[in-house]
Design a protein around this ligand. Structure first.
Ligand SMILES: CC(C)(COP(=O)(O)OP(=O)(O)OC[C@H]1O[C@@H](n2cnc3c(N)ncnc32)[C@H](O)[C@@H]1OP(=O)(O)O)[C@@H](O)C(=O)NCCC(=O)NCCS
Length: 169
């Protein structure tokens, strides 16, 4: 059956969404990066998705991927610019990774950014997560800032993509 990409619905399980994030981010924990999604509570999942658009990939009724789109995000000067949208809480179930689901999720958010009048879309990741930084760069993101957030074992690289000239997919 085809994978469905849609907004999180009230009937979807926050426990399942949280478990998916834990499973996806376990590989980053093993690399020594204590991303919030490694062990966040269900309440943190709720708090994070409030005010944003949480998209999910559904396979046979199960959430196998997720991403959070925010037209206006917070946490650093780059995010707080009016023309900048952002994505967070991005993960795909390990068994479903590397089959294009992540790319689809991020492209969906780029489309939402354009539709909502943003001209940049940004995200952050561990500066030392070279495989992720490389992938984002291949998708057209460029490093724009470094942040050291409280409690994190790593410095975060903020990457941003210029959406001028991008058409709504
Ligand atoms: C990052 C993530 C969301 C991407 O989702 P995905 O469904 O695997 O992504 P896709 O299949 O669309 O594309 C993956 C790309 O990354 C590469 N990739 C994925 N995992 C990789 C790994 N462990 N090492 C090296 N490259 C990797 C693939 O080769 C592919 O590159 P390409 O498009 O140039 O061929 C997913 O791998 C994941 O959940 N990772 C763990 C959590 C995470 O890193 N979240 C993001 C934190 S900022």
């Amino acid at each position: 059956m085809a994978i469905e990409f849609r907004l999180l619905q009230r009937s979807d399980s926050i426990a399942d969404l949280t478990a998916l994030l834990h499973a996806a981010y376990a590989q980053l924990q093993r690399l020594g990066f204590n991303y919030t999604a490694v062990d966040q509570s269900e309440q943190t999942t709720r708090d994070r998705i409030a005010g944003g658009e949480c998209y999910v990939a559904i396979d046979a009724g199960h959430i196998i991927g997720t991403i959070l789109f925010r037209r206006h995000s917070r946490g650093c000067a780059w995010y707080e610019q009016r023309h900048v949208a952002a994505v967070h809480q991005f993960g795909v179930m390990p068994t479903a990774q590397r089959s294009g689901i992540g790319k689809k999720l991020i492209q969906l958010c780029e489309t939402r950014a354009i539709e909502t009048g943003a001209t940049e879309i940004a995200l952050d990741t561990a500066e030392g997560a070279a495989h992720l930084v490389g992938w984002y760069e291949r998708l057209g993101y460029r490093p724009v800032a470094i942040e050291q957030w409280q409690g994190k074992t790593y410095r975060s690289l903020i990457l941003s993509k210029d959406l001028h000239g991008s058409a709504v997919a």
